[in-house]
Write a protein of this length. Structure first.
Length: 176
């Protein structure tokens, strides 16, 4: 793992990521309806943990925090069926929801999470992601309301994204 980190290329520095998170928070704070709705902010685990922890103190309105853990990867680099590890404990019925996640790749997992929130009768579902991959085509086209950064189609880690379950704590975003 040390060798992989040493050989990786830094795509975004810590300062660049922090600036992007601040810009996302500013956009969320200035949204015409989201702040007034006192939303449920849901961290999509594990990847969304770092983004959520850093953006929460920058949001200047009352909110409730919850999390969910759903994965298609279960330790693999290719996704399969969605496996729910934990669903939010807060009722979403009639509530605006802000999902916070690390990366938008094919969009399959996030699309299923959005569907779940709608099935729970959320009044609105917004998505904030730290990193959006630029892909020619996605399996699921979903609307992302707040995006921090974009990246070409690299395998990346850091700031919540992992390399074989390691380096979520890297202080920048790195590509291998």
């Amino acid at each position: 793992m040390d060798q992989a980190r040493q050989n990786a290329r830094c795509i975004y520095t810590r300062d660049e990521v922090n600036n992007a998170i601040q810009q996302m928070a500013d956009e969320i704070n200035q949204h015409p309806t989201l702040p007034a709705s006192q939303p449920v902010v849901i961290c999509v685990m594990n990847g969304g943990l770092v983004l959520t922890g850093q953006i929460l103190p920058l949001l200047n309105f009352p909110l409730q925090l919850d999390y969910l853990h759903a994965t298609r990867y279960q330790g693999a680099q290719e996704g399969g069926e969605l496996h729910w590890i934990n669903k939010p404990q807060t009722s979403l019925k009639g509530r605006a929801v802000l999902l916070l996640d690390d990366i938008m790749e094919q969009g399959i997992t996030l699309a299923r999470v959005i569907d779940y929130c709608k099935e729970q009768e959320a009044s609105a579902v917004y998505c904030g992601i730290l990193l959006k991959k630029k892909l020619q085509q996605r399996q699921c086209e979903i609307e992302i309301d707040f995006t921090g950064l974009e990246i070409d189609d690299y395998y990346v880690f850091g700031f919540g994204m992992d390399l074989d379950h390691y380096w979520r704590n890297a202080d920048g975003i790195y590509a291998i």
